[in-house]
Design a protein around this ligand. Structure first.
Ligand SMILES: [Cu+2]
Length: 149
């Protein structure tokens, strides 16, 4: 609302510059919409690391709410060699609402392959974020998945 008033003042000062009015109005409406948009529960930023590469898959490919979903993360170095003994977790979050902490610790099932099971607690759009640490190296990688009912 405050932004809107500011725009009107600017418009009057500029008099008949219709083009300027339109662009200012468009800019303000973008600002207002951005301010009112629902904020994600948590903002996750990928931190890709060329020395610690992650490839994440879920089984099934499209998970079902409340059913167990298997997460597999393959961790390799820059040359594609498996990295053993890493600490790997997968965090599950909904971008549109807080769903509480939902972090699955994965265990190494074969060299450089880490797996574990978790549950999506609701149908809809989820963000899956894998975090791996090995020595001084750390990497995160996330993707979106649509969980069915
Ligand atoms: Cu939800």
């Amino acid at each position: 609302m405050r932004i809107n008033a500011l725009c009107t003042v600017r418009l009057r000062a500029r008099g008949g510059l219709l083009l300027a009015f339109c662009s200012v109005l468009a800019f303000c409406s973008v600002l207002i919409q951005a301010g009112c948009a629902p904020r994600p529960a948590a903002t996750v930023r990928d931190a890709p690391n060329p020395r610690l590469r992650l490839a994440l898959t879920t089984t099934p490919d499209r998970p079902t709410s409340l059913d167990p979903t298997r997460f597999t993360v393959r961790v390799t170095d820059a040359a594609g060699k498996p990295i053993q003994g890493a600490t790997v977790t997968v965090g599950l979050a909904m971008p549109t609402m807080p769903m509480g902490d939902n972090v699955v610790a994965l265990h190494e099932t074969q060299a450089g392959v880490y797996a574990g099971s978790g549950r999506f607690t609701m149908a809809g759009a989820w963000r899956v974020t894998a975090v791996a640490a090995s020595g001084q190296e750390r990497a995160t990688m996330s993707f979106s998945t649509d969980v069915r009912e």
